[in-house]
Every structure is written in structure tokens, then in C-alpha cells.
Design a protein around this ligand. Sequence first.
Ligand code: SF4
Ligand code: SF4
Length: 698
Amino acid sequence: MLTTIEKIVFVILALISAGFTIHGIKTIVDSVRKGRPAPELKNIPASLIKAGITVLLQRTIFKARKALSTIHLGLFFGLITYAFVNLVDVLEGFIPGFELVYGGRHLAFPFLNSSVINTFNLIADLMSGALLIAITVFLVRRFIAKDKRLEYRGNVLLNPKVKAGGQKTDSLIVGVFVILHVSARLFGQSFRLTNGADPFMPIASLINSTFGASQTGVHAAWWISLGWVLYILPYITRSKHTHFTVAPINLGLAKQNPRGQLDPAIPLKVVNGNQYEPGAKYLHDLSWKRVLDSYACVQCNRCQDICPANFAGRPLSPSALEVNKRYLLKDATFASHPDRLLLPLTETVISPEAVWSCTTCYACVRVCPVGNEPMADIVDIRRRLIVEGAELDSGVQNALQSLATNGNWMSKGKRLRGRWAKEMEFPIRNATEEPVENLWFVGDTASFDERVVPNTKMVARIFQCAGLDFGIMYQNESNAGNDVRRVGEEGLFEQLVEQNLQAFGKAQFKRIVTTDPHSFNTLKNEYPQFGGTFEVKHYTAVLVRLFEEGKLTIKNKLPHYKVTFHDPCYLGRYNGGFTAPRKLLELLGVEFHEMPRNCENSFCCGAGGGQIWMGKVAPGERPAENRIKEALSTFGKNPSEKKQLFIVTCPKDMIMYSDAVKTTGNEGKIEVRDLIQLVAEAVGVEEAAVVEAVASPA
Ligand code: SF4
Ligand code: SF4
């Protein structure tokens, strides 16, 4: 179809386009390689294949925004189809007489029979329509409907180019490209239909019925359609649309360690004799994988939608963090401002206030369709700020000081840790002095906080009643360090780990049981990094086992309670502990109502990552207050005969939600209870009851 001159021009333009595209790819690879070593990945080819399948099935995008994700299917499969379509179009341009219309004319490839050609044409034609519909929806959403979810709060630090609308320009360019490229191709196909409609090209046939056939039209449409491709390929390497190709790679190289295990503050692998400071101050202090995150980022703001800190009006947006990283890299490489990489991340990608707003709830990482970990960047930035002596919130400072001196954050003497146990009506064994099967790691809040201690005692009574062989470590227990590590105090975290490992060394036990999901997480997932590998169970899983083994039996079912359950981040999202609490509620016979945000999608109470220690409370609705409202709306507007309960399984949740019930003025409408209180009532172990020890402990 093309003349010789046209072919030469096209080849020259294609070579220029390939040159710019390769330069773009090389620039990205070079900047990713400057990142620090990441934790080693196992079996990368298998991970990449798995990620490829995940992307092909579009599994990750359906974690949120189901309707838009469905429309995105048109865009995704349309663009994949067009990769083949463009190849065929190039062949049609270069091979004289080769045209795939009406089942194939002047076939240059005899193996292509007419049914293959007709199928190809039908798919290409229909996918063209799907692409045009999808891109129109996305353009309307951004430019006409102005979906608020694509915007950032005014208090979030943004790269000046993002503020000036860089993302919108990118979207517009790619949107216009898709429309022109696909429309030109459809018109080109319609102009080829010299014999009228082709049933396998319905959209092209429709256009043909109005505009007819035209060889000049075929020619012009070919150049418009493919000329755009030559422009857009290098452009993509310089725009936010790098995610087209980087996202599957990023997913394939995503974290393989448990969700609840943070990367070490200093890379374990030394490259070129580099001495690394803990954490991250500059962009290339981040691991190469997290530099790659910014190129994979779709800039969809799904992570911002579910961020509890952002919800509470704090200046934190995990998506802005990734977007700012991307624009910083773009400024430094394509715009020749490498000096900008010498600016601290707290000036370029995230404000210090935002850094200290994160609750480390993991929701942003979980929802991200491309496997990004903005939360991990935040912890790394905190780590360096701590090492450099950054000014901390006074509450956090006090907590850390107390943790260093007393091994707990509540400024209590070490010896007081087991006081609650000494108040019990039966002795609780010291696991560092005699062997026990279950070492109960109680945690700070459950040991010291007067609002929670009654529940701790209740757990002890239930364990005793079931004949569980258990003990605690009294003053030998220190805070497990989960939140200390997430605040960025890696040195203190390691000190606490060492203290606890020493205490565990004195004890003989089969497994650790804990009532605190934060301790549960770090003991289970992070102590192995320091040589402490244990079987760790949350008390809800232990209770389910005790019921299943018949060591606990329900005496009174509790149908008079209407309850909802809050999944704590560190039990649920981090460690998949969704089933045991629900199974217990089912056994108890309560009227159970699931909140809309549940399990993986649970909404953080706002206490994690050291937030509970903060002296300053930000104005506005707090996440826990919003959650209480969610619970009440789940129960419905009509007044209930039954008592409405908000059930928790984390000592911090007990505090956060009891406060939130008061501050939202909902006392009398809903009550916060730990699940153990319901179990005690159903089993018949009341607070004041004297529990007789079962003769032979299990
Ligand atoms: S971990 Fe939670 S609070 Fe922190 S940035 Fe992610 S979503 Fe926001
Ligand atoms: S980090 Fe993930 S969820 Fe957040 S904007 Fe980027 S792609 Fe979307």
C-alpha cells in the first residue's frame, strides 16, 4: 500500500521513535538501579509469570472501584488487541496486496485462513469500540465530572508540576492518542470495504455506510493511526503511563516476605562496599524495588481513598508520595535537574507532618493494583529522621523513653507488669520459672491499662476454665516492639527484641499466645529476622480450638446481642486472622452484622504506627469515630430491642473505640466489648466468679 518513499520515511521515523523509546527505558533502568539492595527474591521467573497472569485476569484492580475497574477492562484488553492490530497494519502497509478484509484478500500468509482472519477482524473491530467507550468514560471522569478521588487535599505536599496539572496533561495526551489512533484505524478499515459491509467488521461497516470506500482515505488513516504510535511510544517512557509495562514487572518483583515483616533498616546485602545509613533520606536511599514502584504507579489514588490518615484530614496521601517520587525522578533525569535528588524526601515527596501521620495500617499496600509499598517508604523515612535526631511529638518521645527504661510505653515500673496476675483468684504460673505449653505474651496495654485489665483477667479465667496449660513472663516480658519499629526506632526495637529473646530463652514452652495483635504480628513475622522463630497464636484462634476440643462449652447462647466486629489491622489485614473471631461469634449465637468495610478492607482505628502515643490530636473526625458511625449505620436506623455491641479483639481498639463512642455522643446506643467478655458470658465464667482449676491441664 505504501510507496517506496513512504516506506523509507516510515522506517526512519520508526528508528527515531525506537531510539527515544530505548533512551527512555534506559533512563528508567539506570535510576532504578541506583536504589539500595532490596530483600532477596526467590524464583523470579515464576513470580513474573504469576504476575503476568494476575494482570491478564485483571485481578488486582477489582480490590476497589468495581464499576470503573469493569470499564478499565475495555481499555486494558483493547490496548493489548491493538498491539497485534498495529503489527498487522504495518504488514498491510509494507506488503503489496496484503489486506485482511472480506476474509482476506491476496493473502501473503497462506496459513491464515478466512475464519482466522474473520475472527481477528471481529475482535479488532469490537475492541476498537470498547477502547473508545472506555477512554471516553475516563476522560469524562477526569475533565468533566472532575472526580474528587483524583484530587489531593490542599495540605498534601505536591511536586510543582503535579500542582500545575502535569497528571491531567498526561491523561489528556494519552486520551487523545487513543481516540485518534483507534478512530483513524476504524476509518481506515471502513475505507477498505469496496464491496460494502463486512459482517465481521460491524463498526467499520457502519462508518462505510456513511463515508464509503476510499484509497486516499485508507492511506491517510494508516499514517494517522500508526504515526501516532511512533510519537506515543517514547512519550510513554516519559509519562505516568509507564505503568502500562512496568506494572506487571513490579507485581512480579513485589515483596515476598510476610506482610507483617518490615525490610531491615540497613540492607543486608552490601553492594560495592557501600556503607548504608539506616532508613531513607534521599530518593535513592530507598530500595531499587521502591524506586520502581513510582514508575509502576497508575496514579489512581485508590490508596488515598482508603488511607485513614488522609480521611482524618492529615496531610498524608500515599499516592501523592508515589506521584511525587515519579515527578522528582522525571525532573532529575529527563528534565536534567539531577541536583533535585540531593534534596531530602521530606522536602520533595512527603511533608514531615505526613510522615508522622501514618498508622501503618497496610491498607494502601493491600489495595494497590501494582504492588506498591508507600507505607514502607514512610517507615524508612521515619527511621532516618530518628537517627538524625528529628524533633518528635512529645507523646511519642515519652513513650520511647519509657520503653527504653521500663520496657513498656506506659511509664510503669517493670515489676508492675504482672500485678494484675497477682490479683487473680488463682495463681498464674511464671513461664520463666516452670515449663508451660502456652506462653501468654500479654503486652503493655493489656497488662497496665485499667480499662483493659478486666478483659485480661477474663482471658486468664477462660484459659484456666478450659484447663489450658499457660503461664506469663511477669517482669521478664518487654514490649514486643511492633509499634516501636514502625515509629522508626530500629535501635530500640532491636533492644526490645533482645530482651524478649533472652526472656524466652529462660522459658520452656511450645507456643506463644497473645491477646494483642501488634505483639502477635512482630513476634510471628519479625522475631525470625533475629533468630526467634516461634509458633504464635492469637487468643481468638486458641479459643476456637478449645471449643472444638470440647474444653470450653457454651452454657448460654447470646441471641440478645446485636453485634458487629472490627478486624484489627495487625490480626486481619496483616495476618489473615479473619475466621476465628467470626467463628466464635457464630458459636455464641449473637445476631451478627458485618460492616461494609470488613476483613481485608477493614478501616484502621487510627492507633497503630505509634499514633496512640501522639500527644497532639489532629482536629476533625478521627477514624475510630467514623468507624463507630459505620457500625451504627450497619445496625440500621430502627431502634433495636437488643443491645448493640461493637466487638473488638485488640486492647488498643478497646481504648480507641470506647473513646470514640463517647466523643461521637453515642453512649447508650452502642457499647464496645472485647470478644472475651462475650465468651465469658456464654461459657458462664463471670468476672467475680471463683474459677476452679481443671484437675489436669491440657
Ligand atoms: S499505611 Fe495506612 S495510614 Fe499509612 S499511608 Fe498507608 S493507608 Fe495511610
Ligand atoms: S500507589 Fe498504587 S494505589 Fe496508590 S496511586 Fe499508585 S497505583 Fe494507585
